[in-house]
Design a protein around this ligand. Structure first.
Ligand SMILES: [Zn+2]
Length: 438
């Protein structure tokens, strides 16, 4: 149950760019945390029992949606990506104490996200089912937070990307893949996340990030099994070759991506083996960008040097994929890969700026739609959030300046409204070493 509130005298950006901006408007939020009525001030007929928040000409837009992150780490800087210190840390995570510690981390991440104006997330790889636990607590009203779309434990091949985290499914061959999907389904996930290619953080040689690890038949079996349960499949996939195989096998979203060749464009747009008939791209420019910018801060071991060489290759691929996707109307969503060192849980807005800077043809309002309406639809929340339409969940942020003119105003939302819960003074504990770099 929420307090009924009337947010009045604000400029309202809907999230759907085809809906005209309301210059002087209002939003009524009912006790179920939904948008009961919205319109221009001259249409306002204030029902009884509503507390009024006069916003004095401030801006309202939907909360941001971050479709690629992990709530098992806050993105704090580390001295190394691979090596002894990392091994010790990973070992600790596998203990009972580690599980407790990680639950605390998950709660903090959720708190940071919502205070930074993020009102829906897709966790693409969690530990100990913490994304499912957070989702359920938020749904039941026990905790204020974003809508959580949970993928539960990653499904990866032996020695695949991310295999060392606790509770991962190490699944080789079509049948182990199917079993892992069924297990995650039983646990209550909303999506399936696999790592079909190598990744930056644990590659052992230059070029391994992006190398196809899962075979076509393994990906195909996982997609088929997931689709039987009405679950979509996201894959960590960082090369052209890996993307082509994943598209043909029927994945529903490609994470990070790489250069998209001509024959792949039509497969994204019309993919008969995907659950909904298309495949989306989540380019996560923030992650390689942050690692490259922070490179000097890492120890200069041979292993870490490999990480950064791979990072440069991947950064190019992500941007190239994004440009082709935008040019050809491939659905794109916003994700940062928060949890990667130097990618905090509070800098989602930076991904919007990267997308805006990379794509000349996109205006700020186009990017806002990508981060709200489009991202909601891609992760399967389009019916309940992403735009400020009547009947939808009241998920919005109040801003000092006009985000359609300058996306930097998203850095410090004045207020956040998440599923109707009013966060009057959002608080973010910023991480100093990250602030120093950006
Ligand atoms: Zn990730």
């Amino acid at each position: 149950m929420c307090k009924k509130r009337a947010y009045i005298n604000a400029t309202i950006i809907n999230g759907d760019k085809l809906v005209p901006i309301i210059e002087k408007g209002f939003i009524l939020v009912n006790e179920d945390g939904e948008i009961f009525k919205t319109g221009s001030m001259d249409q306002l007929n204030l029902p009884e029992g509503y507390e009024v928040e006069d916003l004095n000409g401030k801006y309202i837009m939907p909360g941001l949606i971050n479709t690629h992150l992990h709530i098992f780490y806050d993105g704090s800087p580390r001295k190394e990506m691979v090596g002894e210190e990392m091994d010790k840390y990973i070992k600790m995570l596998h203990t009972e104490e580690g599980e407790k510690y990680l639950l605390g981390v998950a709660k903090n991440c959720i708190d940071t996200l919502v205070n930074s104006g993020v009102t829906a997330i897709r966790d693409v790889g969690s530990v100990y089912n913490h994304d499912i636990i957070m989702r359920n607590e938020i749904k039941s009203g026990k905790r204020v937070g974003p809508h959580v779309v949970a993928s539960g434990s990653l499904i990866v091949p032996t020695a695949g990307h991310g295999n060392y985290f606790p509770t991962m499914h190490i699944a080789d061959g079509p049948w182990e893949g199917r079993k892992a999907v069924r297990t995650n389904y039983a646990r209550g996930v909303d999506w399936i996340k696999i790592c079909s290619t190598g990744g930056v953080s644990d590659a052992r040689y230059i070029g391994e990030a992006g190398k196809p690890h899962y075979t076509f038949e393994e990906i195909e079996a996982i997609c088929d099994e997931a689709h039987r349960r009405n679950l979509m499949v996201a894959t960590h996939c960082q090369s052209t070759k890996g993307m082509r195989e994943a598209l043909l096998a029927g994945v529903d979203s490609i994470e990070h991506g790489g250069a998209i060749e001509d024959d792949m464009i039509s497969l994204f747009l019309d993919n008969p083996k995907s659950l909904r008939g298309y495949t989306a791209l989540c380019p996560t420019i923030s992650a390689p960008d942050a690692l490259i910018k922070s490179q000097a801060k890492f120890t200069s071991s041979k292993e870490n040097a490999i990480v950064f060489e791979n990072c440069k290759i991947i950064a190019e691929g992500c941007k190239s994929g994004l440009l082709t996707a935008i040019k050809h109307g491939i659905p794109v969503c916003v994700g940062t890969d928060a949890a990667v060192p130097y990618v905090s849980q509070y800098n989602t807005y930076k991904e919007l700026i990267y997308i805006n800077d990379a794509c000349e043809t996109l205006s700020e309002i186009d990017v806002i739609q990508i981060a709200t309406k489009d991202s909601a639809e891609i992760i399967g929340l389009g019916k309940i959030t992403g735009t400020l339409d009547e009947g939808k969940s009241a998920d919005f942020i109040v801003l000092d300046g006009n985000p359609a003119k300058d996306l930097n105003v998203l850095k410090n939302p004045l207020h956040v409204i998440a599923q109707g819960n009013f966060i009057k003074t959002p608080l973010i504990n910023r991480i100093k070493e990250i602030e120093d770099i950006f």
